[in-house]
Design a protein around this ligand. Structure first.
Ligand SMILES: [Zn+2]
Ligand SMILES: [Zn+2]
Length: 238
């Protein structure tokens, strides 16, 4: 009945589609799913199979391993991915979280199998009030429902508001997020010896994920993996 009144539309354009929450053929073919070879550590897509050697690690991770164990991303962060992610972050299109969560559940199946709990990257309370929701928490809850992995939405807190990291260099990003995250008092017991899967929308330099992983590990988590909707292919080459 609802479909008769509101025929399902493509998530990212006006084209009619068969099912609510789907992409039309044109938008689907423009979407770059990261299901090819990639660095197991940071999810940077490789340009040819066999790149990264037997360990499938990119040179960046080989030289300076991040504090988390493995990362997976559903999409390459490009124009098509931005059409799915930016409206979720800035235009109240919260229904996009469900579709992105489906893609992330598929891309992160291996990590989800090993995860004890899902923890989203938090927003600062001032930004949470302005936006009304934390997009990473919406993704985590939606992935939790699909995978039956419990979610601790408020395990982490962001102590200070941060500038938009996209305008900063890699070194500036690390400085900007230093000391910004903490494990919420009263949540430490839930994290002790748990394998945590950190959920975020976009992985760029990894500075945010690294800062979150460090406080989770310091609080007693056994390991931290990272699952994101989209990966900026190589932020150092932009
Ligand atoms: Zn479309
Ligand atoms: Zn890597």
């Amino acid at each position: 009945m609802l479909d008769l009144l509101l025929p399902p539309q493509c998530l990212t354009c006006d084209a009619p589609v068969a099912d609510q929450g789907g992409l039309c053929a044109a938008c689907f073919s423009a979407t770059n799913f990261l299901n090819g070879p990639a660095c197991v550590c940071c999810a940077t897509p490789f340009s040819y199979p066999g790149e990264g050697g037997a360990g499938r690690i990119c040179p960046h991770c080989a030289e300076a391993p991040p504090p988390w164990r493995q990362a997976r991303a559903a999409l390459r962060y490009d124009e098509a991915a931005r059409r799915l992610i930016l409206p979720l972050k800035h235009a109240d299109r919260t229904e996009l979280a469900a579709s992105l969560a489906t893609m992330m559940t598929r891309a992160g199946a291996g990590l989800l199998e090993e995860a004890d709990v899902l923890v989203p990257v938090p927003l600062h309370p001032s930004r949470l009030r302005a936006r009304g929701y934390n997009q990473s928490a919406l993704l985590a809850r939606s992935i939790g429902r699909r995978s039956d992995v419990p979610v601790i939405s408020d395990a982490l807190v962001r102590l200070h508001p941060t500038r938009l990291l996209s305008d900063l260099t890699e070194v500036e990003r690390e400085a900007e997020v230093k000391g910004v995250f903490a494990v919420r008092r009263g949540r430490r017991a839930l994290l002790a010896d748990r394998r945590v899967l950190l959920i975020d929308d976009v992985l760029t330099s990894g500075a945010t994920s690294a800062a979150c992983a460090r406080v989770l590990l310091a609080a007693g988590a056994r390991s931290v993996d990272v699952l994101v909707a989209a990966r900026v292919p190589d932020p150092r080459q932009r």
